[in-house]
Design a protein. Sequence first.
Length: 156
Amino acid sequence: MGFIEDITKLSEQVRKRADQVVGEEATKMALIVPFLSALGYDVYDPSEVMPEYVADFAIKKAGQFEKVDYALAINNNIVMLVEAKARGQKAEAHDGQLSRYFNGLLTTKVAIVTNGVEYRFFTDLRDKNVMDKEPFFSFNILEYDILEWKSRLNSV
C-alpha cells in the first residue's frame, strides 16, 4: 500500500475507534502509533521511534524531567517530535510545550502536537531552530477526503 491508501485506511479505523478511546495512553496506542506507522516509521524499532524521550535540555518539574511523547529518528538523528494529548483535548492548547522541545533539539525539523484526530505540524520557517507559532499544516483525520488529497498531491 502507498501513503494515500494507508491514510485512507487509518481514517476509517479512527472513525470506528475514536468514541472508544479514552485518555492519553489509549489515544497513543489506538490512534497515534498507527499514524506514525503510516508515515513509514517502524514503530517497534526504538532507534526510529523513541517513546517518552528525555532530551538533555529537559526541565525538571516536581522531581521529574519533562519528556516529549515521541522522538522520531532517521539515521540516528532526531528529525521529528510528537506531543500526544488525549482524544478530546484541544491539540492547539499544547503548542507551547512542544515549542520548548523543538527549540532545544537542533536536528529536529518537524514537530507535531496531536490528539489522534487533529494533527498540527510545525517547523522553523521564520527563525532557524525556533518553532513557528503557527502550524504550517493542520490535518483532521476525520475530515480526510481521498479525492481532495489526491488533487493536493498532484498539484505539488
